[in-house]
Ligand binder design. Structure first.
Ligand SMILES: Cc1ncc(COP(=O)(O)O)c(C=O)c1O
Length: 390
């Protein structure tokens, strides 16, 4: 018989301990609920660390697409094309700024592709990239170079020309730009950094600086898209258009698919031989991604994200909890900043059967699946509010 304890023991024996794992093994999920190996049920306000952010666990539309595709064509080298990949590219671009798509499997990989694209597009001698403190762009060496120093310890040297500045300081950004600068990477809302929302004027200022100095603006939408902020893409909150955006996490509904999307002007930069990914855009994961995009359209999930997000914000405000300093975010990408460490609140939620995330020590992060039914949203909120009150 498997149990949490037996699976955790086997995990400790056989898996590299690079994650600070909880002593819980998940065995089954459905919608906004997930069950562990001891048969305990949880309401999941953070499914798959964002991967279940739209469709939750095992959404029937996603699993049906995967099953159908599994019987049809499972792998297809990228010297050929395949229908699900094309359909997913169409779905992704039609709700954004058009352009063209490169597929891979993870957010970090999508950012690596964006980095290469930016360097090529900017031209010889321009290699410097500006990113922002408290950002998170991934763990591979390029993406890591753009991410704060605390994640880089021991892996130095990083990519030369990685410049980190404070979000909001437009004058400092302009001062940092020189003839070697190629681009700027920014999350339309920082996730890992504590759900920090840049001001619209700052984002619009970055766009103008990029235009003025011939730089590419890259929006890392790995957390903010699709539909999490109640917009298809987070950049749409700021009324700007990036040159490149990267997607991952929720795009595949749990299947690993990520993307680097280049605006029409830059869509030809990665010409044959410049980049690749054997399994990128494979038919199985692409079919799952198409199902996720259809779900957003058919179930009107943008409007639902807006309404459900507002419901969460109101419930927390109405509860008037002294230790809540601020609730911030957009749509269903929300952070609750507490006046001190949130570990005890996190633990109480877990004990009471609610999964949330804690980041930066003091910020509870909520990203419930957009398909969540009202009864589970309300029950989860009850647990959360009680846990913050205790
Ligand atoms: C904004 C952002 N970009 C990139 C990544 C890296 O994604 P992955 O873990 O799929 O490589 C993350 C991961 O949390 C992220 O939050």
């Amino acid at each position: 018989m498997t149990s949490n304890a037996s699976l955790v023991e086997l995990t400790n024996q056989h898996l590299i301990a690079n994650y600070g794992r909880l002593p819980v093994a998940m065995v089954r999920g459905q919608g906004a609920r997930v069950w562990d190996a001891d048969g305990r049920e949880y309401i999941d306000f953070f499914p798959g660390f964002g991967a279940g952010g739209v469709s939750g666990h095992c959404h029937p539309a996603v699993t049906a697409a995967i099953k159908a595709q599994a019987d049809k064509l499972l792998c297809c080298g990228n010297l050929f094309t395949n229908q699900p990949q094309v359909e997913l590219a169409q779905a992704v671009t039609q709700h954004g700024f058009g352009g063209k798509v490169f597929f891979c499997h993870s957010g970090a990989e999508a950012n690596e592709a964006a980095l290469k694209l930016v360097r090529l597009a900017a031209g010889e001698g321009r290699y410097k990239i500006i990113s922002f403190n408290q950002c998170f762009h991934g763990r591979t060496m390029g993406a890591l170079s753009l991410t704060p120093e605390k994640f880089q310890k021991g892996f130095e040297p990083m990519l030369p020309g990685s410049v980190k500045l404070d979000m909001g300081e437009l004058a400092a950004v302009e001062k940092a730009i020189d003839a070697e600068t190629a681009g700027i990477f920014i999350e339309p809302i920082q996730g890992e950094g504590g759900v920090n929302v840049p001001q619209k004027a700052f984002m619009q200022g970055l766009r103008k600086l990029c235009d003025k100095h011939g730089l590419l603006l890259v929006c890392d939408e790995v957390w903010t898209a699709p539909a999490r902020t109640a917009k298809w893409y987070g950049y749409q909150l700021h009324d700007i258009q990036p040159d490149v955006m990267t997607l991952g996490k929720a795009l595949g509904g749990g299947a690993p698919v990520a993307a680097c999307v280049a605006a029409p002007k830059w869509a030809g930069v990665l010409s044959p031989g410049k980049h690749g990914c054997t399994l990128g855009g494979n038919p199985l994961c692409a079919a799952a991604g198409v199902a996720v995009c259809r779900l957003i359209e058919q179930e009107n999930l943008l409007a639902k994200a807006k309404a459900d997000g507002a419901k969460i914000v109101k419930a927390i405000a109405d509860a008037r909890i002294a230790k809540v300093k601020q609730v911030r975010g957009a749509g269903m990408m929300l952070g609750i900043e507490l006046d001190g460490p949130g570990k005890a609140v996190f633990d109480r939620c877990l004990q009471q059967g609610l999964l949330v995330n804690l980041t930066q020590d003091t910020v509870l992060r909520l990203a419930p699946p957009l398909i969540i039914e009202q009864s589970l949203l309300e029950k989860g909120l009850e647990i959360l509010i009680a846990a913050m009150r205790a």
